[in-house]
Design a protein around this ligand. Structure first.
Ligand code: GDP
Length: 350
């Protein structure tokens, strides 16, 4: 993923000093005048150690993308998971170390060159001492980046060009059954902060239009009052992605929640996501109604809630289990309009 392997200060120093020694040994065999040789050896040792350590730091800095240029969803994701400020601070510290080591490299190589052959080795030791102290000063920053690497592993891969549907609804209403029914392959499962089951992303394509469908088990499936702040943030991050919410209501109530409380949850979610909401009334196969399900359910007093729907809202009666209404869902999906957001979001990022 985005963060390469992070060395400890000792690993960084060992590598630098070991390579410095190798280079010094090589310099020892070169044919240069005796009085210059010891100085050349020490200068080579310092420069090589600095170069190796700097290269490694630079590799880390180059490989970690500039957080501000990432799509907002990822910025939020990183912020919730490890903290953007902490991340910037750690990268800033690495940058600082890079600069100081560059300076030490310059100072000490020129001092060694100008020194007497006897003093060269003392200067080299002094340089190593200072390099070690700089690298040790960024220990907590390296530790942090290692922690961030572990936690930002398996981030969801979002296609920012696709129209994005976020699925919501109480547990057991049929969200994952539906996701499996309408998307091609097994959904990709990635980590999502503070949800144990992760985030599931399914893809489909209709009339050249790319659609991705996101289900977040454990997140958009309970009252917002029950959420802690972090979970709320994790939910709000999805706001940068959603072009519409497909809210699933289990009309059979076999999920254990009444239609009323399911509607109440949908209102809460609507308050956070300012996007069109499509209600999918699921499990009509076992709902207590006769054949003419559509008409019947609409006249049921429970669904009087339908009168309260906003103009941008829509609804369908389906059975995810039996595959009933799936084609209607797909044509609904293809009519969802992609919301244009800031330009960052056009960029793809893995
Ligand atoms: P989720 O927790 O919302 O993802 O719900 P699941 O997709 O895991 O479904 C919960 C249960 O409801 C499973 O046993 C499904 O087989 C069942 N289920 C889902 N959709 C339907 C449906 O349309 N009709 C019936 N009878 N059962 C369904």
């Amino acid at each position: 993923m985005m963060i390469p392997t992070i060395p400890t200060p000792d690993e960084l120093l060992d590598k630098g000093f070991r390579r410095g020694k190798k280079a010094a040994d090589l310099a020892r065999t070169s044919k240069i005048p005796r009085h210059l040789k010891s100085k050349r050896i020490e200068e080579t040792r310092v420069i090589t150690a600095c170069q190796v350590i700097k290269d490694r730091i630079k590799m880390i800095l180059d490989r970690v993308p500039d957080i501000e240029t990432l799509p907002e969803f990822y910025q939020d994701y990183i912020d919730i998971t490890v903290g953007v400020d902490e991340m910037k601070k750690a990268l800033g510290a690495l940058n600082w170390a890079y600069g100081i080591i560059t300076q030490l490299e310059k100072d000490y190589s020129s001092r060694i060159r100008r020194s007497s052959p006897e003093k060269a080795s003392t200067l080299q030791k002094q340089a190593y001492g200072r390099i070690a102290s700089v690298v040790n000063k960024i220990k907590k920053d390296l530790d942090f980046l290692d922690f961030a690497k572990a936690n930002l592993r398996n981030m969801p891969t979002i296609d920012f060009e696709a129209t994005t549907i976020v699925i919501a609804g109480f547990p057991n209403v049929g969200k994952s059954t539906l996701l499996r029914q309408i998307t091609d392959a097994t959904p990709e499962v990635a980590n999502y902060p503070f949800t144990t089951k992760g985030i599931q992303i399914g893809h489909l394509e209709r009339n050249w239009k790319k659609i991705q469908i996101i289900d977040t088990p454990g997140l958009l499936d309970r009252p917002i009052l029950d959420m802690n702040e972090i979970e709320l943030n994790a939910m709000v991050a999805l706001e940068h992605l959603a072009d519409a919410i497909f809210f699933i209501i289990d009309v059979s109530e076999t999920c254990g929640f009444s239609i009323e409380s399911q509607f109440n949850l949908s209102y809460e979610i609507k308050r956070i996501f300012d996007v069109p909401m499509v209600y999918l009334f699921n499990k009509i196969d076992i709902a207590d109604v006769n054949k003419n399900t559509n008409e019947k359910l609409k006249s049921e007093s429970d669904i009087s809630y339908l009168n309260g729907l906003e103009e941008t809202d829509d609804y369908l009666f389906i059975s995810a289990y039996e595959g009933k209404g799936i084609e209607d869902i797909i044509s609904k999906l293809s009519s969802v309009r992609k919301i244009e957001r800031n330009k960052n979001e056009d960029m793809e990022f893995y």
